[in-house]
Design a binder for this molecule. Structure first.
Ligand SMILES: NC(=O)c1ccc[n+]([C@@H]2O[C@H](COP(=O)([O-])OP(=O)(O)OC[C@H]3O[C@@H](n4cnc5c(N)ncnc54)[C@H](OP(=O)(O)O)[C@@H]3O)[C@@H](O)[C@H]2O)c1
Length: 318
């Protein structure tokens, strides 16, 4: 039977590169591109078909920052499919990112220099806004819209005899210090992106806790630092181009500079090949690239177990 894979945010960057690699891995897939802009989605479909002419690729319109759109897309998916094998929750935003030049300068001369470059911790602030649903846009896009999508698609995802995988594109920028339960939408802070990605990591643990027995398994991935429209919001493309020699040098010390969308999808593709029952629910899978350009996947703990237990009251076995 054909595997059914849905990818949100498949129109560009990491999502599009993932679709390309998934089709190279298994051309028999039914791949559904879940995008907010149908014209961009159609362009992505044409690009994918040019290298995989026989592939079955369909589109569904979804704006994950709008609950009406999420419900509509869920209805369409339930009409089209009896089950889903993979749901890649990849759409995400980092609106109006501002680089904290002071923090960058101090970081350059501190012991944390490698950590700062690999996680961007403390370097980036963003301007958030409120959506038509009255939620913070970053939270709704990166976390809540996707969470509602999962809940709506439960009948397609929960089959104890055939496991399904929900795979989130999270980030190393997810930081416990930027997340509180009292302000889980990050209304009061200036790092909503980091908060939303930490919320994603917590949510993934909770999904495993509550849904593994029903055949749904959730994982989180960090793609590394990848040149996409998202990073072009931090620095313009020509600056990134000027930084390329520096980035290639840095890669000998920090393997998280994956740089290309292709490299960034390494962990997303690796998870596609795994039996989810054997994955550790406490792990975040990092795409990494060595100084010589070799891609590999490294499992790391995203959320201190004690913090998960404090926040949710749930106890999870490692
Ligand atoms: N690039 C990095 O270094 C990096 C690092 C860590 C994590 N990530 C994560 O990787 C994921 C993919 O980002 P990217 O780097 O590939 O950036 P990107 O090229 O900007 O791709 C983001 C995708 O999300 C879609 N999207 C945004 N808002 C949406 C909404 N409300 N509803 C539906 N789709 C929406 C975009 O659609 P449109 O084409 O319509 O805008 C686009 O397809 C994100 O979750 C991001 O947080 C990226």
């Amino acid at each position: 039977m054909k595997k059914v894979v849905v990818v949100t945010g498949a129109s560009s960057g990491i999502g599009l590169a993932l679709c390309e690699r998934l089709l190279s891995e298994d051309e028999e897939l039914h791949l559904c591109l879940a995008c907010r802009n149908l014209a961009k989605a159609e362009a992505a479909r044409v690009t994918l078909l040019s290298s995989h002419p026989t592939a079955e690729i369909t589109l569904v319109q979804i704006d994950v920052s709008n609950l009406r759109s999420v419900f509509q897309a869920s209805r369409e998916l339930k009409q089209r499919f009896e089950r889903l094998d993979y749901l890649y929750l990849n759409a995400g935003i980092m609106p109006n990112p501002q680089l904290n030049l002071k923090a960058l300068f101090y970081g350059l001369f501190s012991r944390n220099i490698f950590h700062m470059f690999s996680t961007a911790e403390g370097l980036l602030t963003q301007d958030d806004k409120v959506t038509v649903d009255g939620l913070q846009e970053v939270f709704e896009t990166n976390v809540f819209g996707h969470f509602i999508l999962i809940r709506e698609l439960e009948p397609l995802l929960c089959h104890p005899d055939i496991p399904s995988q929900v795979i989130w594109t999270s980030s190393s920028n997810a930081k416990k210090s930027n997340f509180t339960l009292e302000d889980f939408q990050h209304v009061k802070g200036h790092e909503p992106y980091s908060s939303s990605k930490y919320a994603t990591d917590l949510l993934s643990l909770a999904l495993n806790r509550n849904f593994n027995q029903q055949g749904l398994y959730s994982s989180v991935v960090c793609p590394g630092v990848v040149m996409t429209n998202l990073t072009y919001g931090i620095l313009p493309p020509f600056i990134w181009k000027l930084l390329i020699p520096f980035i290639f040098l840095l890669r000998f010390f920090i393997n998280s500079f994956t740089s290309t969308p292709y490299n960034g999808t390494e962990a997303l593709l690796w998870l596609f090949r795994q039996k989810p029952e054997f994955l550790n629910p406490l792990t975040k899978y990092h795409s990494l690239t060595t100084g010589l350009g070799h891609n590999y996947v490294s499992p790391q703990k995203p959320v201190p177990q004690t913090h998960y237990e404090n926040v949710t009251g749930n106890h999870i076995q490692a």
